[in-house]
Design a protein around this ligand. Sequence first.
Ligand SMILES: N[C@@H](CCC(=O)N[C@@H](CS)C(=O)NCC(=O)O)C(=O)O
Length: 213
Amino acid sequence: MSSSITIWGRPNSNNVKKALWIAAELGLKYKHVLAGLQHGVNNTPEYLALNPNGVIPLLKDGDLVLWESNAIVRYLAAEYAVSSGHPELWPASARTRAAGDKWMDWTSTTFAGIYRDVFWGFFRTPEAERDMALINGNLAKVNKLMAIVDAQLAKTAYLSGAEFGVGDIPLGCFIYTYFNLPVERPSLPNLGRWYTDLQKRKAYQDVVMIPLT
Ligand SMILES: N[C@@H](CCC(=O)N[C@@H](CS)C(=O)NCC(=O)O)C(=O)O
């Protein structure tokens, strides 16, 4: 089992939530070091020696140092799914894993950048300073992307396939904030059903469903 895992990052970061969520699904024990924004740490020479990008999350497991949140999620699942008693979180079939992998990459490369302006625009910008044209423009793009997700979820219960898997984790983190935005959302029943299913998971409740800050 896990013996010497450390995860750096503030728990209100969606990228950090990914790492904390898979660790919770696997029941891993780890040391958590707060880092990023008001906590600092990620700009110290010691941190930069481990992650030259200076961003969170960061994982250390024994002599392995790993950054990039999706890589951390995949590593923890691959390394600990069997020993933690959750083999379903790292299916043996490369084809099954690939189906989820694409949604992890899609979330980072297609969705996250557009969504960032919406999320930060609302929750991390004082009302008087909000750029509503930018927020609304990107929200329309986000809603179009959500329709693509909804169509997938009409065919499979999860983004990972028939079962919950790591492919659900990246977008699952962001979707909590999306559904808590004080805006009108299009009716996307499959997306809503998936979000309802995620909310039943203890690890999701503990890690992802925290007050938005
Ligand atoms: N592609 C990276 C992005 C990491 C990233 O941008 N992290 C943000 C937080 S979500 C960060 O470190 N921001 C600086 C800070 O919080 O101080 C990943 O997925 O790990």
